[in-house]
Design a protein around this ligand. Sequence first.
Ligand SMILES: Cc1cc2nc3c(=O)[nH]c(=O)nc-3n(C[C@H](O)[C@H](O)[C@H](O)COP(=O)(O)OP(=O)(O)OC[C@H]3O[C@@H](n4cnc5c(N)ncnc54)[C@H](O)[C@@H]3O)c2cc1C
Length: 325
Amino acid sequence: MKLSGNLEKLGFELRRFKTGTPPRVDGNTIDYGQTEEQKGDTEPNHFSFESNDADYLAVKDQLSCWLTYTNEMTHKLIRANLDRAPMFSGVIEGVGPRYCPSIEDKIVRFADKPRHQLFIEPEGRNTDEYYLQGLSTSMPEEIQQKMVHSIKGLEKAEMMRPGYAIEYDIVSPYQLRPTLETKLISGLYTAGQTNGTSGYEEAAGQGMLAGINAGCHALGKEEIVLKRSDAYIGVMVDDLVTKGTNEPYRLLTSRAEYRLILRHDNADLRLTELGHKLGLISDERYEPLRPRRRLLKLRKDVWKNLESNQTLQLMIFWLLRVMPR
Ligand SMILES: Cc1cc2nc3c(=O)[nH]c(=O)nc-3n(C[C@H](O)[C@H](O)[C@H](O)COP(=O)(O)OP(=O)(O)OC[C@H]3O[C@@H](n4cnc5c(N)ncnc54)[C@H](O)[C@@H]3O)c2cc1C
């Protein structure tokens, strides 16, 4: 018996979701002059305080993306061939992702829109493949080729790989504890797409939490639960286990009621202590947090004492801005 069948037999409730991906085209065959260049950030931000100058330099030399649009001709082609798209014709019946719908879906649901935006994105420095963000489709290959050729800048683009769609089983996240352990089987943890989410970051976040807790379980240690005010992972897991999901779940900042607290610039203050306690963060990484905490406290105290003097407040504000972190 296959994995899904086995899980069902054990009492897990399964649901069916679907997702897809756009065609890839050869970057050497794109007419960039017909598109709008979208440069990367001039001052890129990093997730970690541990990033160094070399990391900054590496991302400063970024490859551009290019903006183009579908048009009436593309839409006409899609409408004429809707019955040939399994994602749309009902051959694939699962619930699709709301935030990255197929182009077939967009043409039908937003029939009044004369065009849809497409970002042409390089897949990497060592490949000629470009990703057509916004053109996710399950149309037959020859229709996809025609769709691509109907778009400005892509008239002569060579398709390296066609888009496609897939359907998959998920386990109801209601059947999970906030540690990501299944309620039905002690010591069994699930994460990622299996739990009804879609996305690399969603899968990585849950994988980390489930991994930590599976390790704690095996070692007989207390497991961890992240609160909604601790981390976006806390928001996602709480949403999943308390509300379930009827569609592929994506973690959006708008789902967090504490988003002024959940900032990338204070992730270390929120989570390093916990990571250190769990043995996941070394002393060398943990130590620099102490002076940073002291400095932040000092800044807060100074600020509080200056509440009545606005000129001085302004001076201190600028002084603090030029001080190292
Ligand atoms: C076509 C497509 C396009 C997508 N595009 C994007 C995108 O642009 N951006 C984005 O953020 N997300 C995208 N996603 C979603 C994202 O890829 C998934 O949500 C994410 O990769 C799920 O990660 P996961 O670790 O849960 O599962 P997976 O990445 O599927 O990993 C599960 C692993 O388990 C292995 N496995 C399965 N059964 C067994 C078994 N019995 N024994 C041992 N190993 C087993 C599989 O081989 C696989 O390696 C896309 C998904 C698809 C299908």
